[in-house]
Design a protein around this ligand. Structure first.
Ligand code: NAP
Length: 254
């Protein structure tokens, strides 16, 4: 094993953007600790895919909406770092896991609001807090927001509010973690064709066409558009980028 290999912990790496980021980072020589919530088979398939290409990966179960499990999760991460990677620190944390929910403000229930808050806002805040002792000095954190925190589509209010909070959280984390040379940035994808939101962007032609029509580059995003950007933002040359919101949307709603 190459002891100089960087290690990335990616939440929600079993599918969609997290999986794609894992594949891109792995191709750059980064080892992966991914998480899944319920889809173990897909998570195992990602490990196999990475290992078949000569990379290293492990997957752990985690519900980012359940902060009471984070202390135990951090212990499990420490165990995997020791047993699989022979180290006690990882380098990159990517707070990516999430769900979509399309519901008008007038119809939004408190339980839907709380679920979005727990998964998208409280989860990344307290998960980062619990994992901080395991992140190497000079490491990096990338929080996943959304283009919807800048522009507004009906039915996205509660979700987008949480992503807005993620962007503020990023700046505060950058301020406080800078003492340990940890940079913290937000990546804000535009609409990307994944399972997200029931696969609406990928599978519903009218939605896909609409996204394409409001995107300067003329199409909806694909997972590789984001995985490649995440790998770029965590590459050697991007180390001085800090406290920024980088939108990766092909130029949506300009
Ligand atoms: P996706 O294809 O639906 O994948 C979601 C991933 O998150 C899966 O690995 C899933 O694990 C995991 N996950 C879901 N709920 C979880 C929970 N409660 N705890 C832990 N893990 C959980 O979605 P995606 O498109 O990759 O989205 C990833 C991130 O990008 C999200 O934060 C989303 O808000 C953001 N984003 C997406 C888009 C888009 O258009 N796709 C645009 C902007 C921002 P399981 O496989 O176990 O379910």
């Amino acid at each position: 094993m190459n002891m100089n290999r960087k290690i990335a912990l990616i939440t929600g790496a079993s599918r969609g953007l997290g999986k794609n980021a894992a594949l891109h980072l792995s191709a750059q020589g980064v080892s992966i600790i991914g998480t899944y919530n319920s889809n173990k088979a897909e998570a195992d398939a990602v490990v196999q895919e990475i290992e078949s290409r000569g990379g290293q990966a492990a997957m752990l179960q985690l519900d980012v909406g359940n902060s009471t499990a984070f202390a135990r999760f951090a212990e499990k991460v420490a165990e995997v770092l020791q047993s699989k990677f022979k180290t006690d620190r990882f380098d990159f944390l990517i707070n990516n896991a999430g769900i979509g929910l399309h519901v008008a403000i007038a119809e939004t229930t408190e339980s839907q609001f709380d679920q979005l808050m727990n998964i998208h806002l409280k989860g990344p805040f307290f998960l980062t807090q619990k994992l901080l002792p395991l992140i190497a000095d000079g490491g990096r954190i990338l929080n996943v927001s959304s283009g919807l925190a800048r522009f507004s589509f009906p039915g996205q209010a509660a979700y987008a509010m949480m992503k807005g909070g993620v962007e503020v959280m990023t700046r505060y984390m950058a301020k406080e973690f800078g003492a340990r040379r940890i940079s913290v940035n937000t990546i804000a994808p535009g609409a990307i064709a994944t399972d997200f939101g029931g696969g609406a962007v990928r599978d519903t032609k009218e939605i896909n066409d609409h996204v394409a029509s409001v995107t300067a580059l003329g199409r909806a995003g694909l997972p590789d558009d984001i995985g490649g950007a995440i790998a770029m933002l965590l590459s050697e040359g991007s180390g001085w980028v800090n406290a920024q919101r980088i939108e990766v949307s092909g130029g949506m709603c300009l």
